[in-house]
Design a protein around this ligand. Structure first.
Ligand code: KG4
Length: 336
């Protein structure tokens, strides 16, 4: 079964063709990052307009790269939530038109479920159940993946997402947008214990997280140093910040895994590319005996392949959209 998969929830327009869920025939991504960089963050209106400009051409290009024609497509899958509403709407409307024109089923896909599914592409042997740490620019959650389409959030951030924190701190440091990658590279070889940064605990909710205090503390450190005319040791600062984020995530996902007892831990989303988090999870799983699944780096960020993969399992479970399908800025991952 060939699925044409469409993703446009933020600043990447992506179209992929995925066969039978796990074979990626092509995965085309048109990034808008350069466009948003001058503003220091994603400008939603510009994102929507750019999606409109490129999406049809990108879909034609994807079919060509896959060596297929329109007649070879059996279904169209699309991210319909969560994301920047104007941006998601572009993908949803394109997918509706494509499914209608081709006379094939339309499959709505939850964006974070897609991120989780990126692991199925990297690890063909991975099957639910497992526990997944989902960390991106908009989401930070620990998810019980009971089945391909049955999921429950066990803990989540009460305020900022981890990726958002990386981006804000990097912006103030002036080291680029999106900031997670540059912060990660800057942290290499730095001393993670040099700067004291907080690790928050949410009372009576052991698996919930909070990053706003860490973000504020990091920004205060930067501003105070600037006011005193002191030079922050940037490598050590980036390493200390990355360590504080990792310390807020890793013990919680390991606790969730201990409670569930599946023996399998996965990570998903843009922040899953972070080398500190990957290293700390590897160490934690070695000592707990859990098997760790890390998505390959190119599948951590937004892409169409992950939507095509999850779309296949949604299709098997009977999930269908129709011409009334809407886009949603927020949606619980347990709903579909
Ligand atoms: O999954 P994604 O591409 O988009 C969303 O669905 O949000 O995630 C983007 C986020 C950004 O906040 C970016 O700074 C962060 O992932 N990111 C990283 C790294 N690479 C990307 N954060 C930490 N370390 C990285 N190496």
């Amino acid at each position: 079964m060939n699925i044409l998969a469409v993703e446009s929830s933020c600043d990447e327009t992506a179209v992929a063709v995925v066969r039978d869920g796990r074979t990626v025939l092509t995965d085309c991504v048109a990034s808008q990052i350069e466009m948003h960089r001058i503003y220091g963050g994603v400008v939603p209106e510009i994102a929507s307009r750019k999606h409109v400009e490129v999406i049809a051409g990108l879909a034609e290009h994807a079919l060509e790269r896959a060596g297929l024609t329109r007649a070879d497509i059996d279904a169209v899958a699309v991210t319909y939530a969560p994301g920047l509403i104007g941006a998601v709407l572009v993908g949803v409307n394109f997918a509706k038109a494509a499914a209608y024109a081709l006379g094939v089923p339309l499959i709505p896909v939850h964006h974070v479920r897609g991120h989780i599914a990126a692991n199925y592409i990297t690890h063909p042997e991975l099957e639910p159940p497992f526990v997944c740490l989902c960390v991106s620019g908009g989401t930070t959650a620990i998810v019980d993946v009971r089945g391909y389409t049955e999921m429950e959030v066990l803990g989540a951030t009460r305020d900022d997402a981890a990726g958002e924190c990386f981006d804000k701190v990097a912006r103030v440091l002036g080291i680029g947008y999106p900031g997670g990658g540059p912060m990660d590279r800057l942290a290499q070889g730095g001393d993670p214990a040099r700067y004291e940064l907080p690790r928050a605990h949410v009372q009576d909710a052991e698996l919930d997280m909070s990053f706003s205090g860490l973000k504020t503390a990091a920004l205060n450190l930067i501003h105070n140093a600037a006011q005193k005319g002191e030079q922050l040791e940037l490598r050590d600062f980036a390493a200390s910040f990355g360590q504080a984020v990792s310390d807020s995530l890793v013990p919680r996902v390991m606790e969730a895994s201990r409670r569930l007892g599946y023996g399998r831990v996965a990570v998903a989303g843009g922040v899953a590319a972070n080398s500190r988090i990957r290293a700390d999870l590897t160490k934690a799983c070695e000592s707990s005996g859990d098997r760790l699944f890390l998505p390959e780096l190119k599948l951590c960020g937004d892409n169409g392949a992950m939507i095509g993969c999850q779309g296949y399992y949604e299709y098997l479970a009977g999930t269908r959209g129709d011409m009334e399908l809407n886009a949603y800025a927020n949606l619980d991952i347990s709903l579909r």
